[in-house]
Design a binder for this molecule. Structure first.
Ligand code: ASP
Length: 305
């Protein structure tokens, strides 16, 4: 199989001054994941490597630099899903995990359950050999200042550089045809403590089925949950192409139809990236901008905001 990789850094009103950092972040994520696939490594390793780079980049809302909740704490969610088995590993409400996607992977690998939350998830992390960090290590200066401004004034996107969302995700297919999707987020800014959005929920923020494709979503979680957007997009990938339509065009149409449904029935904004079961990529968003990147058929990295 020809390997394939697509990543995103969130669908939001990305201001002009953040565009180059978002492009660079997506390029760095491709640079972390793509060599793994080229050398014959696994799609799981590739999505994990790409998402770790995005989590570590404070321009995105995941891992370090996540939005703070109303109490001034970071609470992260992450998921990884295996298209072959439909098994996922997901974790929510994490306050002491530097790279939440690593814990999602451990849950996928070693846990009898598919999703763990909060303190129990962190206990599982420790048992699996993942160190816990100080919660303060996840807080960037920019997000702390934004939180202080929201507290003094009222919560407003303007305090977050127009940055209401900014989840990250990756979908990869390796030479063996294995397909994995992953999503990681700090959630929405000034959320209530304990709020969990779409991102770590199977079918909402992430889905992968080798009979359809793999999907990672971003956007307003409460709306994405209403239309189970990742599973909905995957189901659109099951449709036969229209007469004369290429597989690539059909993948793009599946992405667009899911985002149209998000607007029409979910009354929300967001976006998604996907690979169909043959590795054709697609993406769509109805926000002013989305940060994304993918690898062309000639191996060139394409990023855009
Ligand atoms: N979907 C995420 C959430 O609602 C936010 C985002 O995509 O930026 O938690």
């Amino acid at each position: 199989m020809q390997p394939a990789l697509i990543v995103h850094g969130g669908a939001w009103d990305i201001p002009d001054e953040a565009v180059s950092a978002c492009n660079e972040g997506c390029r760095n994520a491709l640079a972390a994941g793509w060599p793994i696939l080229v050398k014959g490594g696994s799609a799981l390793d590739a999505v994990e490597a790409a998402v770790i780079v995005l989590e570590n980049d404070p321009v995105f809302d995941a891992g370090f630099g996540s939005h703070l909740n109303r109490d001034g704490n970071v609470e992260c969610d992450a998921i990884v899903m295996d298209a072959a088995t439909l098994r996922a590993g997901a974790a929510a409400g994490l306050r002491r995990i530097k790279n939440p996607i690593r814990l999602a992977r451990k849950i996928w690998e070693d846990c009898p359950h598919m999703m763990l939350a909060a303190e129990g998830a962190e206990r599982f992390a420790q048992k699996s050999g993942l160190p816990l960090c100080d919660p303060a290590d996840l807080i960037s200066d920019a997000e702390h200042v934004a939180w202080l401004q929201c507290r003094e004034d009222q919560h407003a996107a303007i305090h977050h550089r127009g940055h209401e969302q900014g989840t990250v995700g990756a979908v990869a297919m390796d030479r063996e045809g294995r397909l994995f999707a992953a999503t990681s987020t700090g959630g929405t800014c000034c959320k209530l403590p304990g709020r969990v959005g779409d991102s770590p929920l199977i079918g909402c923020g992430c889905y992968a089925d080798c009979e359809a494709g793999g999907v990672s979503c971003t956007g307003y979680g409460e709306a994405i949950m209403k239309i189970i957007m990742a599973k909905t997009a995957a189901d659109f990938l099951r449709r036969d192409p229209l007469p004369g339509e290429t597989e690539i065009a059909a993948a793009k149409r599946a992405a667009q139809d899911a985002v149209d449904l998000l607007a029409r029935r979910g009354k929300g904004t967001g976006g998604l990236i996907l690979l169909d079961r043959n590795g054709n990529s697609g993406f769509a968003f109805n926000t002013p901008r989305m940060a994304y990147g993918y690898v062309n058929s000639d191996g060139a990295f394409v990023t855009a905001v």
